[in-house]
Write a new protein. Structure first.
Length: 309
C-alpha cells in the first residue's frame, strides 16, 4: 500500500510543496467544466488499494469546498483504501455555535458533509475553536502552527519579548506562547456590535518598553490586529509584531497592514496571498503536513510534531 497525494485547484501551490517534502510527486487530477460552471473532477490515475491524501483548504469561494467533496467521493468510488483529507485552513470555523437566534452552525454542517462524502480521517491546522474536532465522527489530526512559529520567534532574539492577544477569545493561544518563552501576557479587550466593526478596545497589562507579539489563529480584514497594534504602541511598546496562522486577508486588509504600526505580520501558507507586501512574512506548513502524512501512513503517533507550550 503506497501513498498518493492529490490536490484541489485552490491549494495546488501548497500540495506540491507537501508532496516534494514527502518525496512523492503530486497526483494528477483532470477537470471537466460545463458551460454553466458545473465542475467534474477526474482522478487521473488508479488509487485502488492506496492510502490517498487530498489537500484542499476551504476558503472562499464555496466552490473550493464543493470541489473537495467531489474529490473525496471520486477517490472513495475508485476503491481507495483510505481517503485522508488535509484541510490546511478549515473555512466556516467561525460559525461554531448558535450565538444568535435562527443561525446555522456551519462548522458542524461542513463536518457532516465531509464525513458523508467518504473521508476516512481529517488533518487540519489551528482550528478557530478546538471543539470543532468533536463535530466529526472520524479521526481528526489537529496540527499546531507553533511548529513553524516558535522557531521563528526564537530566531528574532527580542530583548524584552512579551505576548498579547487582540481579543479575549485568544487568551489561551497567547498564554501558551508566554508560558513557553517565560514572558508576560497582555490582553486587548475589544467590543463590537457586528462582524468586522470594532466599537472600542482597551488594554489589560503593562507593555511599556516591551517587544510585543500579537497571537491569533487568523487575520481577516486586519482591523482588529492593526487597532491592537496601535493601542500597544500608544501605551509604550518598543515594537509590535503579529503572528496569525491563516491569512484570510479580505476587504482592505492589505491596505490596513501596510499602513499600520506593525513591524511585520507573520502568517503560514495555508491560504495563498492575493498580493505581496513588505510587511507580511510567510512561513510554510508543508514540512509539518509531510511529516504527519508519513506518520499516519506508518501508523505512528504524531505527538512529536507538537511543541508543548
Amino acid at each position: 500500500m503506497s501513498v498518493k497525494i492529490f490536490s484541489g485547484r485552490a491549494t495546488t501551490y501548497l500540495a506540491e510543496k507537501i508532496a516534494n517534502a514527502y518525496g512523492e510527486r503530486l497526483g494528477t487530477v483532470d477537470y471537466q467544466q460545463f458551460s454553466d460552471g458545473e465542475m467534474s473532477p477526474l482522478i487521473g490515475e488508479s488509487v485502488r488499494g492506496h492510502d490517498v491524501f487530498i489537500v484542499q483548504s476551504t476558503f472562499a469561494p464555496a466552490d473550493n469546498f464543493l470541489e473537495l467533496l467531489l474529490l473525496i467521493d471520486a477517490a472513495k468510488r475508485a476503491s481507495a483504501l483510505n481517503v485522508n483529507v488535509i484541510i490546511p485552513y478549515f473555512g466556516y470555523a467561525r460559525q461554531d455555535r448558535k450565538d444568535k437566534p435562527r443561525v446555522a452552525i456551519a462548522a458542524k454542517l461542513i463536518a457532516n458533509l465531509i464525513s458523508a462524502s467518504g473521508a476516512s480521517r481529517i488533518m487540519t491546522c489551528d482550528l478557530h475553536a478546538d471543539q470543532i474536532q468533536g463535530f466529526f465522527d472520524i479521526p481528526v489530526d489537529h496540527l499546531d502552527g507553533n511548529y513553524i512559529f516558535v522557531p521563528y520567534v526564537k530566531s528574532l532574539n527580542l530583548p524584552n519579548i512579551m505576548f498579547a492577544t487582540p481579543d479575549v477569545g485568544g487568551i489561551k493561544r497567547a498564554r501558551s506562547f508566554a508560558k513557553f518563552f517565560n514572558a508576560e501576557l497582555a490582553v486587548c479587550d475589544k467590543y463590537r456590535k457586528e462582524a468586522n466593526k470594532i466599537e472600542s478596545m482597551r488594554l489589560i497589562g503593562e507593555v511599556e518598553g516591551k517587544d510585543v507579539i500579537l497571537i491569533d489563529d487568523l487575520v481577516d480584514t486586519a482591523g482588529t490586529i492593526c487597532k491592537a497594534a496601535a493601542l500597544l504602541k500608544e501605551k509604550g511598546a518598543s515594537s509590535v509584531r503579529a503572528i496569525c496562522t491563516h491569512a484570510v486577508l479580505s476587504g482592505k486588509a492589505y491596505e490596513n497592514i501596510q499602513g499600520s504600526v506593525l513591524e511585520e505580520l507573520v502568517v503560514s501558507d495555508t491560504i495563498p496571498l492575493k498580493q505581496q507586501t513588505s510587511k507580511i512574512k510567510v512561513l510554510s506548513v508543508s514540512d509539518l503536513f509531510a511529516k504527519a502524512i508519513r506518520k499516519i501512513h506508518d501508523h505512528e503517533s504524531i505527538s512529536s510534531l507538537f511543541i508543548r507550550l
